[in-house]
Design a protein around this ligand. Structure first.
Ligand code: GSH
Length: 205
């Protein structure tokens, strides 16, 4: 049985896994899901109906990008994207969680824009405030080191963050590059890698 990744080409969470699979040089089949009309085959294996879902060669089903990323790193450790030291690993998971939260808030803001939500409840302001609080936190971290966890190597945290920022550019077209220079330089440098370049989300026709 082939490995399968259920994904959407614009999904930042799916992109995390596509980058990892490419970096680990693993063969797999891509199945794109229409998120507006999810097929029963997909809903059967995804209780929350979200991408990505990964199916391993032995039929093991894994959903949630972070669980998939951790599984892939433990099962196929070369090259590795989580530190082996437990405290460093915790730090990596914290940055990954922050990056994923940024991605979730960007998705929420885009949905609010689509539905022309007028912020009667204050939810839009809350989402925008969090996005604008997180971006400088990432930028300051990258003022101190080449990657989010030091100068050594990129980790799952960098992958999650670049995917959230790629989604920000796609959906909201924010000019974050001119405001956050450390983030911009790190983002551009990571885009020299084929796994990153080949998974940039594209607008739908
Ligand atoms: N925590 C999940 C979030 C996954 C997620 O939100 N996926 C979005 C696409 S980026 C989705 O499938 N949305 C469709 C829906 O919610 O109906 C993960 O890390 O995999």
């Amino acid at each position: 049985m082939n490995r399968v990744l259920y994904y959407h080409q614009q999904s930042n969470f799916s992109r995390k896994i596509r980058i990892l699979l490419a970096e680990k040089n693993l063969d797999y089949e891509l199945k794109e899901i229409n998120l507006k009309n999810k097929p029963p085959e997909f809903l059967e294996i995804s209780p929350i109906g979200r991408v990505p879902v990964f199916v391993e060669q032995d039929g093991t089903v894994i959903w949630d990008s972070t669980l998939i990323a951790e599984y892939l790193d433990e099962t196929y450790p070369q090259p590795s994207f989580y530190p082996s030291n437990s405290l460093a690993r915790l730090e990596c998971r914290k940055w990954e969680e922050l990056a994923d939260t940024l991605g979730e808030k960007i998705i929420s803001l885009w949905i609010l824009n689509l539905t022309n939500n007028l912020d009667k409840t204050g939810y839009r302001t809350k989402v925008e405030t969090l996005i604008n609080r997180l971006l400088p936190i990432f930028d300051q971290q990258l003022a101190q080191s080449k990657y989010l966890l030091g100068d050594g190597t990129w980790t799952a945290a960098d992958i999650a963050a670049l995917c959230s920022l790629g989604y920000y550019s796609l959906r909201l077209n924010e000019d974050w590059h001119s405001q956050y220079h450390n983030l911009r330089n790190w983002f551009n440098k990571l885009h020299e890698r084929e796994s990153v370049k080949s998974t940039v989300p594209m607008p739908l026709n």
